[in-house]
Design a protein. Structure first.
Length: 365
């Protein structure tokens, strides 16, 4: 089977991580061939794929909908390569890729919705037409499925839920990371960590403001907040940290190829996004045995059992975020460790092996 994955960029984010893991998973299935088409420019994940021996094809084009020239370019590529499956992810890839694949006569055409669309009536009509060209539509959580069905963009019978895979890198590249973490990790501190794209939907300005309130109130432990990731909000967030006098307590680690050493060194994970389709970062934290405070908007409510494997909070209510963080600071260590242990057990089902198996079932059906 020849499969082409189509996505907008290969920079840093959940989609890029998912495609990278898919490539790793497909290496265990030698009878299937995976190619990756990228509508836009190269990014960090491009290099990681090249290291795996996979050369992604970048089109370096304008991905804004509609780009009819891009549809034609993809059409000619599909006619040339003759894939059995074209699997597109995100609005831009779904629009251009599914139309091109349908015109090219690709037998299996899979669209994938990776978040919560907030479309007006015009976009609902457009994507209803686009998804009509798909053999199946994948949603990355039941919450995402419910959203696109509720909008009327696709019928429930056409949608398959496939949860994101989570897998850490092989051991052996972590000593430098562990050294860096150790330098800024006093043993008497309590460390909250978040890993995500630094964009408005992640609600990190609220998190920093809430953290400032905790610093003023909590006298027992030195508190730290580690923020791992890159994005358009980074300078704004750094200015907020300076304004609140939190430099040194809020640490921006920027992009990290391997987040596991940072998660292992932290005490709790927190992600108060306004919405999350799934959240690979959450599952990675759970696999490291971290108790997690996470938004109740979207996929995380399917992953975390509130008050058992973590804490679900309303991202629009800073007092809820603050109380959950205070509770984790104040409860006995053995209770916090028990939450982390249950979280690790619950996250085990999101393995790469299960993900690839599920994809192949959909492709073959």
């Amino acid at each position: 089977m020849r499969v082409i994955r189509v996505l907008p960029y290969l920079d840093f984010g959940g989609l890029e991580r998912r495609v990278l893991l898919t490539a790793i998973g497909f290496q265990q299935h030698k009878d299937h061939e995976l190619e990756i088409f990228v509508l836009g420019k190269q990014g960090k994940t491009s290099g990681e794929l090249i290291d795996l021996g996979i050369q992604p094809k970048h089109f370096h084009t304008n991905i804004k909908i509609p780009n009819f020239k891009l549809i034609y370019v993809l059409y000619t590529q599909f006619k040339l390569v003759r894939p059995d499956v074209v699997h597109t992810s995100s609005a831009e890839a779904n629009f251009h890729g599914l139309i091109a694949a349908w015109f090219a006569g690709v037998p299996i055409r899979i669209g994938e919705e990776i978040g919560f669309p907030s479309h007006d009536w015009k976009w609902i009509i457009i994507f209803k037409c686009v998804y009509a060209l798909a053999t199946k539509v994948i949603a990355i959580s039941e919450a995402v499925k419910s959203r696109i069905v509720e909008l009327g963009e696709v019928g429930a019978e056409q949608v398959e839920v496939v949860y994101n895979p989570v897998s850490f890198k092989e051991e052996g590249k972590r000593e430098r990371c562990k050294l860096k973490v150790g330098i800024l990790d006093p043993s008497d501190s309590f460390v909250f960590v978040t890993t995500c794209r630094l964009v408005p939907v992640k609600n990190l300005d609220t998190l920093i403001t809430v953290f400032h309130g905790l610093v003023l109130e909590e006298k027992v432990k030195a508190l730290k907040l580690w923020i791992i990731g890159e994005g358009t909000e980074i300078e704004k967030l750094k200015k907020l940290v300076d304004k609140l006098g939190l430099r040194g307590q809020v640490v921006f680690w920027e992009y990290q190829e391997d987040v596991k050493p940072f998660l292992e060194a932290a005490d709790a994970f927190v992600l108060p996004s306004f919405s999350e389709g799934f959240s690979i970062s959450l599952v990675e934290a759970m696999l490291c045995g971290l108790p997690c405070i996470v938004t109740n908007q979207g996929g995380p409510s399917e992953i975390v059992e509130d008050q058992s494997t973590g804490f679900l909070i309303n991202p629009h209510d800073p007092s809820q975020i603050k109380k959950a963080m205070q509770d984790l600071i104040q409860i006995p260590t053995k209770d916090r460790d028990q939450i982390g242990k249950l979280a690790k057990q619950a996250a085990a089902k999101y393995s790469l092996e299960n993900y690839v198996k599920r994809l192949l079932e959909i492709y073959n059906s």
